[in-house]
Design a protein around this ligand. Structure first.
Ligand code: LLP
Length: 474
């Protein structure tokens, strides 16, 4: 299906749909080279009737075929953000580099396979994410395992598969040394520490400050580095720090480079062959028109420039630069399609429109007061003459996806597209109220492929066990 792009890049003489969309929050246009600044996937457009199309697929057709709520993932956007990181690293860092996809943002076999094809590595934080990464074809040498409370089983899985383990605390070291006799080779390790850097983001997703559950306190570094030098099973090749998520400032990442270069000098001083510095993720994305994150290129060049300069100043050989973007790789690739159901108009107060999903498929608004942008799937350019509150279907008043949004008058059966839902939606989904999790489809050049089957209500009973004494006697 051909479609007009939802961008401002068409000739100025282009008629109505473009002009009308310019009133929508897409006015910034779709920048394929830094998708984290777009509100919609880069392949978004309108068909001849002005209906929303993503990846060449009409969203209403997808809803009819796969049902709603539906996670739609645009392959072109995901590939383009992977390339933006890869190319920016190659262009702005004089040494070797690798971007690792933080798979907590959205973990699936299909996403792993795409990211692996694009040459990235991956950050996993559990056996589930690790198995997904390995199952999706990510080479183990490009995977790191994080976690502030890894289980012995998770550590064994990682060590046996040849995955790099990011040491977060003394317990990781104890568990790995107990495991060491069963291992054929030393374990590749990174050491995570809290860099003591503050940044402005929601307090739940700040991690760089000293009062954090993640990583070693910097004061402990000499002791840990000394201890690891005496462990024959340990091969410490990297250092890691992550300061937080959905960050729009560049300064904290600039400052982090100096802190990490100091730690690098310290680790090499203890004789460790540290060749990797992993600066974590954190680059923010645009959820609503007023958000103004830096581009991927700007973020990478800040980090790369600061690290190269910090190493030069300290006379250190350049390490390989690793980073771990999650949200900025995958968020704008995702759109969630809902069907509108009930309407409740409270005169003089508010009109609620309810969708067939909510906090179970997108817990971000209720958790972090996150804002989103949405359009009617089949009338995206109609005049948005009504301000409504889009609520979910869960038994909780706080289950509101869009507290205040201007939409064309909409009725039950209309479809709503919520943008930038590719990160921390599917991966944080729950079965609250025993509501099944949505299906996910990958769209590309007019093809849609199911990549996550829709859960069915019966699936939710699969792990329930009814003790015999409670079984109803019929
Ligand atoms: N590396 C580490 C060690 C992390 O903890 C995280 C995110 C990342 C990388 C990726 O950060 P990103 O590039 O995605 O900002 N659920 C929250 C976000 C939590 C982020 C947790 N860690 C949300 O929905 O906003």
């Amino acid at each position: 299906m051909s479609s007009e792009p939802v961008t401002g890049t068409e000739p100025a003489s282009e008629p109505a749909p473009q002009a009308a969309l310019a009133q929508q929050p897409f006015e910034s246009g779709c920048d394929a080279s830094s998708p984290n600044r777009n509100l919609a996937p880069i392949s978004s457009g309108l068909d001849a009737e002005g209906r929303l199309v993503v990846g060449g697929c009409r969203l209403s057709d997808l809803a009819r075929t796969y049902g709603t709520p539906l996670y739609v993932l645009d392959e072109a956007t995901l590939r383009s953000s992977c390339r933006a990181y890869r190319d920016a690293l190659a262009a702005s860092y004089p040494g070797p580099s690798l971007a690792l996809y933080a798979s907590k943002a959205n973990s699936s076999l299909a996403i792993t396979a795409l990211v692996a094809q694009e040459g990235l590595g991956l950050d996993a934080v559990s056996a589930g994410e690790l198995l997904t990464a390995l199952g999706g074809g990510m080479p183990p040498e490009r995977i790191v395992l994080h976690g502030n409370n890894k289980s012995p089983e998770e550590l064994a899985l990682a060590a046996q598969a040849g995955v790099t383990v990011v040491l977060d605390n003394w317990r990781d070291i104890e568990l790995l040394s107990a495991l060491a006799p069963s291992l054929a080779q030393p374990v590749r390790l990174m050491l995570r520490f809290t860099p003591g850097i503050e940044c402005h983001t929601h307090e739940y997703i700040r991690t760089g400050h000293l009062d954090s559950k993640f990583g070693f306190d910097p004061e402990q570094l000499p002791q840990v580095l000394g201890h690891l030098a005496s462990c024959s099973w340990a091969r410490l090749t990297g250092l890691h720090a992550h300061i937080g998520s959905q960050i729009f400032e560049l300064q904290p990442h600039h400052d982090l480079a100096g802190v990490m270069a100091d730690a690098l000098a310290q680790a090499r001083g203890h004789g460790h062959p540290v060749s990797d510095l992993n600066v974590g993720g954190g680059l923010g994305i645009r959820y609503v028109a007023s958000d103004d994150p830096p581009t991927i290129q700007a973020w990478v060049s800040t980090v790369a420039g600061a690290l190269a300069a910090a190493c030069r100043e300290r006379g250190l050989d350049l390490p390989r630069l690793l980073c771990e973007p999650g949200r900025s790789l995958v968020a704008t690739a995702g759109v969630t399609v809902y069907e509108l159901g009930s309407r409740k108009a409270i005169p003089g107060l508010r009109t609620y429109l309810s969708v067939d999903g909510g906090m179970s498929d997108n817990p971000r608004p209720i958790t972090y007061q996150s804002q989103y942008t949405a359009l009617l799937v089949d009338r995206p350019t109609a005049e948005a003459s009504e301000t409504v509150t889009v609520a979910g279907k869960h038994c909780e008043s706080g289950d509101v996806l869009l507290p205040e949004i201007a939409l064309p008058p909409a009725t039950s059966g209309d479809l709503l597209a919520v943008f930038a839902t590719g990160a921390y939606n599917a991966s944080m989904a729950s079965n609250y109220n025993r509501i099944p999790r949505p299906a996910a489809v990958l769209v590309h050049e007019g093809q849609a492929e199911l990549v996550q089957r829709r859960e069915q209500p019966e699936d939710l009973l699969r792990y329930d066990v009814l003790p015999a004494r409670l079984t109803p006697v019929i």
